[in-house]
Design a protein around this ligand. Sequence first.
Ligand code: ADP
Ligand code: 5GP
Length: 203
Amino acid sequence: MAGLIVVISAPSGTGKTTICKHLLESFIQIKHSVSYTTRKPRLNEIEGESYHFVNMEKFNKMIKNNEFIEWAKVHGNYYGTSKRCLNEIIKENYDAILDLDVQGGINIRKKYKKAVLIFIIPPSMHELRSRLKGRNTEEVEHLEDRLKCAKEEVSYIFEYKYYLVNYNIKDTVNNLKAIIIAERHRISNLPSGLIKSLKKGME
Ligand code: ADP
Ligand code: 5GP
């Protein structure tokens, strides 16, 4: 038995990072699969926790060595999911949460048919702009690029299994937990030994 692979995607600024942080603080049995990126760290970001920050040379080397399950260029930078990172989590029977763009979500599902893809929707474009602006991490030009991408990203929503609208963090995190709990209890995820030992006790 291995843990679930849960992917969340959303236009930049919707709240993925914030949602992940709250989920990890209050929900055991789930770990963040930390991606590699060539993007420069933001002020509050911690190496190895937010991302593994690497240069283009190291990223290219990792591509060459087949170290990524998937990788993509997003908003002008490169991001990739490490095979080693993800496998370590699910082999230990933890669930893994991945914060990926839509290309990443679709590519993960190609490799892991049972991956649970969840799309987070901002309440409105007005609110998305205000959150992205309020985060104060992008220069105006990059901020506009990220907003422009939102329309295309949303068009991939039908590739996803669930949606959540991120009105407020508390409800979104609770609803995300509900999805994960339901997915953990699918019959297809029933540990084989459980029914066997129950039946043995019935003999
Ligand atoms: P993403 O990871 O999707 O780019 P972030 O988690 O960085 O988005 O959130 C962008 C900004 O919006 C942050 O300043 C964060 O505090 C804020 N934010 C996130 N979720 C909400 C929410 N439900 N209501 C109001 N502000 C939010
Ligand atoms: P940010 O620069 O705001 O942290 O992330 C930009 C985008 O890259 C977000 O949509 C985020 O989900 C995505 N992303 C982060 N890590 C990965 C990854 O490993 N692979 C892919 N495909 N996208 C990623």
